[in-house]
Design a protein around this ligand. Structure first.
Ligand SMILES: [Zn+2]
Length: 172
């Protein structure tokens, strides 16, 4: 079984400090605040900055978080609307290459994120109310609240990545 969540990243996460004990409601709020948070981080920056240890730009991380939210919102919707609870893994790096994340205009990436957050909030809220449970091919049982926390961590973790990139590129 593939490790995920607290067993993969540590509790709190060894990188971004995310605490996995957050309630589903708190996890939803973390995601709802992401567009404002990312917009503030990118204010006055190009969004195309680079860090030698990271392969993506700040704007690329925004696109990754967006696609991750869309993917999981769609999966929860599939389980809820049609009983499709069995879901496969997916390769975020392959998605990044196919969509050329590093070349997407940062303002467009932020625009997409806002729509993804709205759609995802509706999907996760409904899934939590209905007790939706996914059966993930490599992670096993993923309850709606697990998805809520994983999505919140993904956003929080990549905000931390963006901060690292921007700190690296800030003249001191
Ligand atoms: Zn983290």
């Amino acid at each position: 079984m593939e490790r995920s969540g607290a067993s993969l990243y540590g509790d709190p996460c060894g990188g971004c400090g995310f605490e996995w004990s957050v309630t589903p409601g708190e996890a939803i709020r973390v995601v709802e605040e992401l567009p404002t948070r990312f917009r503030a981080l990118l204010a006055g920056r190009t969004g195309f900055e680079r860090h030698p240890g990271l392969s993506w730009t700040p704007a690329a991380y925004v696109s990754h978080v967006t696609d991750n939210l869309r993917n999981w919102a769609e999966r929860l919707a599939g389980a809820r609307l049609s009983g499709a609870v069995d879901v496969p893994g997916y390769d975020p790096d392959l998605v990044a290459r196919a969509r050329h994340y590093n070349e997407i205009a940062p303002t467009a990436a932020l625009w997409s994120l806002e729509h993804a957050v709205d759609a995802r909030a509706a999907s996760v809220t409904s899934a939590l109310e209905e007790g939706t449970v996914l059966q993930h091919a490599t992670r096993g049982v993923q309850r709606a609240e697990d998805v809520a926390r994983n999505n919140a961590h993904d956003g929080h973790h990549h905000a931390w990545d963006i901060e690292r990139i921007l700190r690296h590129t800030t003249p001191v």
